[in-house]
Ligand binder design. Structure first.
Ligand code: GDP
Length: 366
């Protein structure tokens, strides 16, 4: 066969395959970016003008564990504070598979059509415990993430749940200063992370499925009581009847829950996130809640309570890490623990002794 004959039936030699990744280019790109640390006022200007790249960089600073980043991040957040507070903060929870990302994508698109800018943040407790993550691994909200009016940020991954939550709380301020009208904070139904999300949002929404039974959905009663709204998702095809039944049963059950200080009765709606049906009802519920709680001032009171909560949370967590990260204390902890285990000392005395040692150590350094 004549190999030089150019016909589709012949396979001609191709060119040599180039390297998949040009490492030199990547290195120089990294260097360029590393050297390009923005000054504080550039960060603030960028955020206030709604620049998503700068907003993303500022959030990376907030999430950084380096002390120099910490100080800069705190100054930026503080400068953004007077430009923040104008969004509706919505917490979303539910077991894996209930449809949280599908729902946020659908509602996000619905709100963008109304001219709203939306941000999606996440608190993923699994990423702090194991390296894997429940919320982050999937390809999520592809359509929404391609939209100019949306900003999507995965969960911070380092540190304790409290630390991750604190960073998300700080990120809310930056997103609000960047002009986002609606901020979704997503988490997964495993308990502690719901409490963290509840303490930073105006409206807490629980997604459930019809006909699955509460036990199966792993939803604790406490979480249902925290919800300002419940959605029975996947109300489509053969599921519609079950969803409507679950809606009626839950609406009934809610009357036996303790009254909420907001004087609002939790609303149960059905929706199909995948078919984008029922979103108008859900949004109406949220808008009704906002006007109800703004009228009776609960909206304001809740935000102030939350600010107070985060101040004390931050003090607690900072003091704790000051203590446990102290070199001298680290060297003494095991010894004191041994003494307690051998019953040479009570746990209380050991604790008081350690605290005294900590203060002596700090005073010595002055
Ligand atoms: P998440 O783990 O709670 O974020 O759930 P996902 O949004 O990833 O959805 C889990 C699965 O349920 C996916 O296969 C979705 O396509 C599907 N799903 C989500 N919403 C609906 C819905 O309204 N109806 C139906 N039939 N399926 C849905």
């Amino acid at each position: 066969m004549d190999k030089n004959k150019k016909e589709s039936l012949f396979v001609n030699d191709g060119i040599e395959k180039p390297e998949m990744i040009n490492n030199k280019a990547i290195d120089s790109y990294k260097k360029l970016n590393r050297n390009k640390e923005l000054p504080e006022d550039e960060f603030i200007k960028g955020i206030l003008s709604g620049n998503r790249t700068i907003l993303g960089k500022a959030i990376t600073l907030v999430e950084s564990t380096l002390p120099k980043h910490h100080d800069l991040a705190q100054r930026i957040i503080n400068s953004c504070l007077k430009h923040s507070g104008n969004s509706i903060r919505i917490g979303i929870t539910g077991v894996p598979g209930v449809g949280k990302s599908t729902f946020i994508e659908a509602l996000g698109k619905y709100l963008i059509k109304q001219g709203k800018k939306i941000a999606v943040l996440a608190i993923d407790p699994s990423s702090t415990i194991s390296k894997g993550s429940i919320l982050g691994d999937k390809t999520r909200m592809e359509e929404l993430s391609a939209m100019q009016m949306a900003f999507i940020r995965p969960s911070p991954s380092a540190g304790s749940l409290g630390g991750v939550a604190m960073k998300t709380r700080e990120t809310i301020v930056l997103c609000e200063a960047a002009g986002y009208d609606i901020i979704f904070i997503e988490t997964v139904g495993v308990g502690q992370s719901e409490i963290a999300v509840h303490s930073m949002v105006d409206f807490f929404l629980l997604l459930m499925l019809g006909g699955a039974g509460d036990e199966l959905q792993g939803i604790k009663r406490g979480i249902m009581e925290m919800a300002d709204g419940i959605i029975i998702n996947k109300a489509d095809a053969d599921n519609i009847k079950q969803a409507t039944r679950a809606q009626a049963q839950l609406s009934n059950a809610i009357h036996y829950f303790p009254p909420s200080p907001s004087d609002w009765i939790t609303k149960v709606d059905t929706c199909s996130a995948i078919e984008e049906k029922g979103l108008d009802n859900v949004w109406e519920t949220i808008e009704n809640y906002v006007s109800h709680t703004k009228n009776n001032n609960y909206f304001n009171i809740r935000r102030k309570e939350q600010s107070k909560y985060w101040m004390y949370e931050t003090i607690n967590s900072e003091l704790k890490s000051l203590f446990y990260d102290n070199k001298f204390i680290k060297s003494k902890l095991k010894i004191e623990e041994e003494r307690v285990l051998k019953e040479e000392k009570t746990p209380f005395l050991a604790a008081y002794d350690m605290i005294n040692m900590f203060f002596n150590e700090i005073n010595k350094k002055k």
